[in-house]
Design a protein around this ligand. Structure first.
Ligand code: BG6
Length: 499
C-alpha cells in the first residue's frame, strides 16, 4: 500500500528565524505527536553543510531557543528526519538539485506532499517563487492537490513595503500558486491569546450585546516593547514602525476586535469578515493622516549601529482610526506601538461609556474609571474587568476595582505554546484561517499608505523624540485628550497608577 509522505522545505534553513522559532516549534510539535506521519524537513541555504552538520546546528538551536531542553531519545528520533541541501535561491540549477533530492527522499512514497517555507529576506521572495514555478517544484498552477500530493508555500512577513510592491508580489505569487496554496504569515495570529479573542467574543453572550457604539466609548490597542531595535537596525531603519508593527499585527488585532461574528470558523468566513472591517476603516487624506497620527523616535536611536545618519524612521506610532459601519460609527480606535518603551505589553482595552448620571461620590476623582475590559495578550495573559464598587464603611463612596483572570493560574498545567507551533501545524494540515489572504494585505497597506515615506504629495509627520523607558512622545497623550480620553493600561490598570 502506498505511504503518504510530507516534506517541509525551509528556504533560509540556517537563518535566524529557522533557528530561533521554526525548528524549536517543529520539535515541540514532534514531541506532542502533532506532526504528520513521515514528515521530513529539508533545510536549504547557502552555507555548505552535510545532513549531520545541519542536525548538529539545529540541535544547538533547539537547546538554546526551545522552551524545553530536548531529551536525547526524542531528539535522535526527530533529527533523523532532518536533511540539508546547500543552494542559492537565485540560481535556477539549484532548484533542479532540490527537485532531485526531494525525489530521492520521496522514493516509493505517494502522495508526496511539499510545503515550501520562505524564511528568507523579502528581496528573495519573487525570485524564489518564480523559480519554484519554472523548475516544476510548485506543480501545476491552480491545483491545490496535484496528482502526486499537495504543494503549499508559506511566506514570511513583510509582504511588500507598500501597496504597489505588495500587489506586484501578489501577482508574482499568483502566477505560480493558487491562492488556496498560499499561507502568508502574521505571527500574531498564531498567539493563543489572539485566537482567544474569537472565543471570548463569540462564546460569551454577556459581552457581545455591549460590543458596539451604544456602549463602547473607545477602544485602545497597545503593543509596547521594552527592547530597542537592538542588532536589527539595518532592517528596521528601512522599515520603521508602521511597516514593522502597524500594517500587520496591530491591524490584525483591530479586525478581530471589530469584526462581525462569522457563521463558521473556516478560513474564508473568518477572512471575509476581517476584510469587511478593513474596508470600513475611514480613509485618510494626507492632512488627516497628520492629524490622526503621532510618530516618534526614541532618543538615542540615531546612535544605534546601522541607523542612517539623521534618519527620520519612526520607532513609535499612535493612530486614531474610525470604522465607518453601523456597529462602530463614531467610536475611536486608538492604536499605539513602539520600541524602547516602558514595558513589554500587548493589550486591548475596551472602554465603556460613563453612566449618564452619577449619584455617588468618589474618594479620589482620578480613581473613577468607567467600566473597561482589558484583554491582556502578553506577557501576563489574561482578562481584567473594571467596575465600580462601594468602599466599605464609608457611606456611599465608591471606587473602581478589577476582576481578573490569568491564564497561568487558571491553566496551571498547560503552557502557552509558541505562535509558530500553531501556524506550522495549520499550514501542514491545510488550514489557512490564521494566515493572510492577498486582498487583506492590500487593504491593510491602503490604510497606512499616507504614513509611509516617499509617497507622492505626502508630507509625513516628522517623528517626535521620546525618552527610552517612557510611554512614547507627549503628543500621543494629546491625541487622546482631543477626544477627552486618555491611555488606559497596563492590562486594565491606569498607567500612572501602575508606574
Ligand atoms: C515582529 C517585528 O514582527 O514582531 C519585531 O518585526 C517585533 O520588531 C516583534 O519585535 C514583536 O513580536 P512579539 O511576538 O514579541 O510581540
Amino acid at each position: 500500500m502506498a505511504v503518504e509522505a510530507t516534506t517541509l522545505i525551509i528556504f533560509g534553513g540556517t537563518g535566524d528565524l529557522a533557528r530561533r522559532k521554526l525548528l524549536p516549534a517543529l520539535f515541540q510539535l514532534g514531541c506532542k505527536g502533532r506532526l504528520p506521519d513521515n514528515l521530513r524537513i529539508v533545510g536549504f541555504a547557502r552555507q555548505q553543510r552535510s545532513d549531520d552538520g545541519y542536525r548538529d546546528l539545529m540541535g544547538e538551536s533547539v537547546r538554546e531557543f526551545g522552551s524545553l531542553a530536548p531529551h536525547a531519545d526524542e531528539w535522535t528520533d526527530f533529527a533523523k528526519n532532518l536533511f540539508y541541501l546547500p543552494g542559492d535561491l537565485d540560481v535556477p540549477g539549484d532548484y533542479a538539485n532540490l527537485q532531485s533530492r526531494l525525489k530521492e527522499l520521496e522514493e516509493g512514497q505517494e502522495p508526496a506532499n511539499r510545503l515550501f517555507y520562505l524564511s528568507v529576506a523579502p528581496r528573495f521572495f519573487e525570485a524564489a517563487i518564480a523559480n519554484l514555478g519554472s523548475s516544476g517544484l510548485a506543480g501545476e498552477p491552480g491545483l491545490g492537490r496535484i496528482e502526486h500530493g499537495w504543494r503549499r508555500a508559506v511566506i514570511e512577513k513583510p509582504f511588500g513595503r507598500d501597496l504597489d510592491s505588495a500587489r506586484t508580489l501578489n501577482d508574482a505569487v499568483g502566477r505560480v500558486f493558487d491562492e488556496s496554496q498560499v499561507y502568508r504569515i502574521d505571527h500574531y495570529l498564531g498567539k493563543e491569546t489572539v485566537q482567544n479573542l474569537l472565543v471570548f467574543r463569540f462564546s460569551n453572550t454577556i459581552f457581545e450585546p455591549l460590543w458596539n457604539r451604544n456602549y463602547v466609548d473607545n477602544i485602545q490597542i497597545t503593543a509596547a516593547e521594552e527592547v530597542s531595535v537592538e542588532d536589527r537596525a539595518g532592517y528596521y531603519d528601512n522599515s520603521g514602525v508602521v511597516r514593522d508593527m502597524v500594517q500587520n499585527h496591530l491591524l490584525q488585532l483591530l479586525t478581530m476586535v471589530a469584526m462581525e461574528p462569522p457563521n463558521a470558523m473556516d478560513a474564508n468566513s473568518l477572512r471575509n469578515h476581517k476584510i469587511e472591517v478593513l474596508r470600513a476603516i475611514r480613509r485618510w487624506e494626507p492632512a488627516d493622516a497628520t492629524q490622526n497620527t503621532v510618530l516618534g523616535q526614541y532618543k538615542g536611536y540615531l546612535e544605534e549601529r546601522g541607523v542612517a545618519s539623521g534618519s527620520s524612521t519612526p520607532t513609535f506610532a499612535a493612530l486614531r482610526l474610525y470604522v465607518d459601519n453601523w456597529r462602530w460609527q463614531g467610536v475611536p480606535f486608538y492604536l499605539r506601538t513602539g520600541k524602547s518603551m516602558a514595558e513589554k505589553v500587548t493589550e486591548i482595552v475596551i472602554q465603556f461609556k460613563r453612566p449618564p448620571h452619577m449619584m455617588f461620590s468618589v474618594a479620589d476623582a482620578d480613581d473613577l474609571s468607567p467600566n473597561s475590559l482589558a484583554l491582556c495578550l502578553q506577557p501576563d495573559e489574561g482578562v481584567h474587568l473594571r467596575f465600580g464598587v462601594k468602599i466599605p464603611d464609608q457611606g456611599m463612596i465608591m471606587d473602581s476595582k478589577d476582576m481578573s483572570f490569568h491564564y497561568d493560574s487558571a491553566f496551571k498545567d498547560q503552557d502557552i505554546p509558541e505562535a509558530y507551533e500553531r501556524l506550522l501545524q495549520d499550514a501542514l494540515e491545510g488550514d489557512a484561517s490564521l494566515f493572510i489572504r492577498s486582498d487583506h494585505i492590500e487593504q491593510a497597506w491602503r490604510i497606512v499608505e499616507h504614513l509611509l515615506e516617499n509617497q507622492s504629495g505626502v508630507s509625513n509627520p516628522q517623528p517626535e523624540q521620546y525618552d527610552p523607558g517612557s510611554w512614547g512622545p507627549e503628543s500621543s497623550d494629546r491625541l487622546l485628550a482631543e477626544n477627552g480620553h486618555r491611555w488606559l493600561g497596563v492590562c486594565g490598570l491606569d498607567q500612572e497608577a501602575h508606574a
